[in-house]
Design a protein around this ligand. Structure first.
Ligand code: AHG
Ligand code: MN
Ligand code: MN
Length: 278
């Protein structure tokens, strides 16, 4: 696992450089979920593939930006599913973006996840790893990631981050969000799941949701690359993650690019979501 985390750190340093120095415009290509790729989505994906190709414990990888799985070492133990550049459409407005990694053993589902990592490229670059516990690291000017602190969610929080087009939400989702606001929660939403979920994690708690909408009944966020890693991190930090009815980590995608409605938060907020959907 240490060498996988090292490969992620090396990728992060290279991606940070690309963000700061390369063209942040769109390419002509469309990825497996139908998004037009930025040139940086493609480049970041290649950087990560290149770094994982050096790691003998990696059996196979699959990226949000590629249709197919890429075999690495036949005798490797781990499968890695990743989103090389999450929130890339926010690069033009200079918001924080991230990279998300799910490390699996055997299959790409919640039950087989063994670790999860994300990197946030903000005013500083930080990395959060969830393995035995959840730890945050900061990239220093000497190129090392220094441990900062362990992260733990409080029983409840005060932030509400909710995605999707409001006019396409269900009545039930509108009502649930009203309930959250009536408890005193305040809106905090950048449109990048990495900074939005990072904020909730660092500020002790709250709720992030990307629900089922009339235009996207299965939500937008992808299980293997985005949703399982954050579900794993939130559970390890003492919170939870649900699709509204079931625990996220009990879900099984039928295709690696499948999406799901999702709610991540501290315990009280997740209980409220589950109760509301009973
Ligand atoms: P990506 O840039 O990898 O395609 O992912 C963007 C995602 C996620 O970061 C964010 O939470 C969500 O899209 C925002 O979607 P809406 O603008 O529909 O709320
Ligand atoms: Mn993403
Ligand atoms: Mn992406």
């Amino acid at each position: 696992m240490v060498e996988i985390f090292d490969a992620i750190k090396k990728s992060a340093i290279r991606i940070k450089w690309l963000i700061e120095n390369e063209d942040t415009g769109y390419s002509q290509n469309i990825n497996a979920t139908g998004d037009t790729q930025l040139k940086l989505d493609i480049k970041s994906d290649l950087v990560i593939e290149e770094e994982f190709r050096k790691i003998s414990s990696v059996k196979e990888i699959i990226s949000e930006e590629k249709e197919e799985k890429t075999p690495i070492y036949e005798n490797g133990k781990y499968l890695v599913g990743y989103d090389p550049l999450d929130g890339s459409s926010l690069l033009d407005v200079n918001f924080s973006v991230g990279s998300i990694f799910g490390i699996y053993k055997g299959e790409y589902d919640g039950a087989h996840m063994v670790a999860a990592v994300y990197v946030i490229y903000g005013p500083v670059t930080q990395m959060v790893t969830a393995y035995e516990d959840v730890g945050m690291y900061k990239l220093n000017s000497d190129g090392d990631f220094a441990f900062i602190k362990s992260l733990e969610l409080n029983q409840s929080g005060a932030i509400n981050a909710t995605g999707g087009t409001h006019s396409n939400w269900s009545k039930k989702h509108h009502e649930m969000i009203e309930k959250i606001y009536s408890k005193g929660h305040r809106l905090r939403y950048s449109g990048g799941m990495v900074p939005d979920l990072h904020q909730i994690l660092l500020k002790g708690g709250g709720l992030f949701s990307y629900p089922s909408t009339s235009d996207r009944p299965e939500g937008k966020l992808r299980m293997v690359f985005e949703v399982f890693p954050f579900a794993f991190i939130y559970e390890k930090a003492g919170g939870g993650a649900t699709n509204g009815k079931k625990r996220i980590l009990d879900l099984k995608p039928s295709h690696p690019h499948d999406t799901t409605p999702c709610y991540f938060g501290s315990k009280d907020e997740i209980d409220l979501v589950l109760k509301h959907n009973e």
